[in-house]
Design a protein around this ligand. Structure first.
Ligand code: XMP
Length: 310
């Protein structure tokens, strides 16, 4: 694929489509939304308003770090605090699809609905890629950024039209485009992180406290496995409890799963054969998190498992 030509064509198309209107986009700091942000700014500059929504589901320090990276590239990003709104939308929900639906609705109807009005935006840029569309259309999983392909009329329902400049690309293509656009390696080579963020790594109800637990575990897993060369690695909080013993007292503790996989484009995945001492070290650190007394390593390939748990 000729990535340079892809960028040139998209810039022309975005300019033509948006004209003198205002567009808006949500940046998560992942390679997809970052690439859309830079591509959009290259095409229409200040007519694109980029927002980072703090939905309370991000990793430790992530919102401020992402805003700083883009500020360094000369792209202003507005940080919107919507933590309470997301947590209250997720309250009491345990079904995976209901959780995803709540996140989609809070994001696109509520938070973005408000921002679109504030900026009088006509278009919303999305970082949808080909794999998202394929899996959603096949009914495997509802990716939270898929709307039009499911027959949702965003103009009618949300008041804006969606543009998806990356919808013909797969993850490896997006990384190449990101590199060509001058996006720092910290982002272009970053492991995939899903839009619904840590909510996809909590089985059962998403609460502030459970998020704190999985956030701590995620920090440990990312520190320990950043040099593994694996496609993706994560920590997952299960909805089960197991008996344990700490300070000579019986405790009923939470269970964290470590998942680390090899893949090319996330359509299929196999477990990374991590060295035994690394696994032991991960376990030692994870069971120090308050309330966690077991750590498991997931051996399941995709299929039949998916990479995320929710
Ligand atoms: P699964 O869990 O379906 O994930 O095997 C495949 C890849 O997609 C990521 N993923 C998502 N990315 N929004 C996203 O932007 C989502 O809703 C979503 N769900 C999963 C996942 O991290 C993996 O890389």
């Amino acid at each position: 694929m000729d990535y340079k030509k892809f960028i040139e064509e998209q810039v022309v198309e975005i300019k033509q489509t948006v004209g003198d209107k205002i567009a808006i986009n949500a940046l998560s700091g992942g390679v997809d939304s970052s690439t859309v942000t830079v591509l959009g700014h290259k095409a229409i500059g200040k007519q694109l308003k980029t927002i980072f929504v703090d939905n309370s589901l991000m990793r430790a320090g992530e919102p401020k770090r992402v805003v700083k990276i883009f500020a360094d590239m000369g792209i202003p990003v507005e940080l919107v605090d919507a933590r309470k709104e997301f947590l209250s939308a997720l309250k009491g929900l345990t079904d995976p699809e209901e959780k995803r639906q709540a996140i989609t609705d809070t994001f696109y109807k509520k938070v973005f609905g408000r921002l679109v009005k504030k900026y009088k935006a006509t278009y919303l840029f999305h970082g949808t890629i080909l794999t998202d569309i394929e899996e959603t259309v096949a009914g495997i999983k509802r990716q939270h950024n898929i709307l039009t392909q499911l027959g949702i009329d965003t103009r009618k329902d949300f008041g804006y039209a969606v543009l998806e400049p990356l919808k013909t690309l797969r993850k490896d293509d997006v990384r190449e485009v990101a590199k060509l656009l001058g996006i720092p390696k910290e982002i272009s080579q970053r492991i995939p992180f899903p839009g619904p963020a840590l909510a996809t790594r909590i089985v059962g109800e998403v609460t502030a406290q459970r998020l704190e637990t999985v956030r701590k575990a995620t920090e440990i897993v990312e520190e320990e496995l950043s040099d593994s060369g694996a496609f993706q690695y994560m920590a997952v909080l299960l909805n089960d409890y197991a008996t344990g013993i700490r300070n000579n007292k019986r405790e009923f503790g939470q269970i964290i799963v470590v998942r680390c996989v090899e893949s090319v484009d996330a359509r299929q995945a196999s477990v990374t054969k991590l060295p035994w001492p690394k696994l032991i070290r991960l376990c030692e650190r994870i069971v120090k998190i308050p309330g966690v007394n077991r750590c498991l390593y997931d051996l399941t390939p995709k299929p039949p498992a998916t990479i995320e748990y929710v």
